[in-house]
Design a protein around this ligand. Structure first.
Ligand SMILES: *Cc1c(COP(=O)(O)O)cnc(C)c1O
Length: 391
């Protein structure tokens, strides 16, 4: 498998030629049920007719013009995201890390332009994941991600996720913002307690600092609401989006409230590709599909999938430990750290999943799955659990 691609990933020896709905197909026609969605990206599944048509139509018009000019699709997308959220503006980029990076810049500038140049530190949570840029690996402080890339950018204060006392104790005169994921994704699908999120909002308001949510994975319907923060009713000041936003086309966004938007002006931040006509055509098509009925479907089928998996925890006590999640962002915790092996076993039986943390298998299927896909996935998963129980 030696290739000229830089060896930064441990890839499965599989290559998909095409996708249709919830299935991916290899060149030799082997079919896989895709409960990975390219890491929670393919929110509408593969070859969704509305998304495909929107991209075809845009290809024939223009691919790229840059942010030197107005982009109609980008203005429309920004307005739709603003109308659906706490925000009053959106900045577009191309990935999750860039969306977080934009937010981390915004929270600094907010304070600097309000006369508080001493406020630049950001409080982060243990087991967080915010991306792979220097800024974002410094925020998450995952030792594996920092290995060989030290020194980390030092202006982050990390506290245990979910611990309100530790959070409040970490806030100082130098604190600019708090950043958390409403449901921690990469580290093992850990939903924040709504009371914790309320506590974060209260602390932010009390100390005059900003609250930023990283909804790169939880946003765009993944948890059964357009944005996960809606479950708790706690609105942030800044929010990063990416993964599901373009349904597979790369696009990220950083949304900001009115007072944060107020400190931005021409020349303060930028991206050559950000929010280009193709990316915005994709995201607008995704939003066309994600109406209230669609989101209700995600909540219902997600609850059904979670209930079915929870039964398996009782059935295979030595193998499975816990099932967690919201909507169609579900993590199954194993008793032992065996997850990559389990993902390979599931793959061999035609089910694609993703690892999270070191003992969790993540089910993040396209949001269009129906009961038959739940049956098929649970059957395969149960078979693998039975094999593991015998082993
Ligand atoms: C995936 C992810 C990122 C990073 O997104 P990239 O597109 O890989 O840069 C950031 N934050 C969260 C919560 C994520 O899940």
């Amino acid at each position: 498998m030696a290739t000229a691609v830089m060896p930064t990933y441990a890839r499965a020896d599989l290559a998909f030629e095409r996708g249709e709905g919830v299935y991916l197909y290899t060149q030799d026609g082997k079919r896989f049920l895709d409960f990975a969605s390219g890491v929670a990206v393919s929110s509408l599944g593969h070859a969704h007719p509305h998304l495909t048509a929107a991209l075809h139509a845009q290809i024939d018009k223009v691919l790229h013009t840059s942010n030197l000019y107005r982009i109609e699709g980008q203005e429309r997308l920004a307005q739709r995201l603003v109308d659906a959220s706490f925000a009053s503006s959106a900045f577009f980029c191309n990935s999750g890390a860039e969306a977080v990076e934009a937010g981390l810049k915004l929270v600094r500038r907010f304070h600097q332009k309000n006369g508080r140049t001493d406020r630049y530190r950001v409080v982060t949570a243990t087991n967080s994941f915010h991306g792979r840029t220097m800024h974002t690996i410094s925020a998450s402080r995952n030792e594996k991600h920092l290995d060989g890339f030290l020194p980390a950018i030092e202006h982050f204060d990390q506290v245990p996720f979910g611990n309100m006392n530790a959070l409040r104790a970490a806030i100082s005169d130098k604190t600019a913002a708090i950043i958390v994921e409403p449901v921690q994704g990469e580290s093992g699908i850990n939903p924040a307690d709504p009371e914790y999120l309320k506590g974060l909002r209260a602390a932010a308001d009390e100390f005059g600092i900003l609250l930023m949510f990283d909804e790169v994975q939880t946003g765009m319907g993944r948890t059964g609401k357009l944005f996960a923060y809606e479950h708790s009713g706690v609105a942030p000041d800044v929010m990063a989006l990416a993964k599901g936003l373009g349904g597979g086309f790369p696009i990220g966004a950083c949304l900001a409230s009115e007072r944060v938007t107020a400190v931005m002006a021409p020349g303060t931040h930028g991206s050559t590709f950000g929010g280009n006509p193709m990316a915005c055509a994709a995201a607008n098509a995704v939003l066309d599909v994600m109406d209230e009925k669609f989101l209700a479907h995600v909540r219902e089928i997600g609850a059904d999938l979670k209930a079915r998996l929870t039964k398996l925890v009782a059935k295979f006590p030595g193998v499975l430990k816990d099932v967690r999640g919201l909507g169609l962002m579900i993590g199954i915790e194993f008793d032992k750290p065996v997850n990559t092996d389990v993902v390979r076993l599931l793959e061999a039986k035609g089910l694609l999943t993703v690892v999270a943390g070191n003992n969790v298998v993540r089910f993040v299927p396209p949001l269009i799955i129906d009961a038959s896909h739940v049956d098929e996935a649970v059957k395969i998963f149960e078979g693998v659990c039975a094999d593991l129980a015998r082993a």
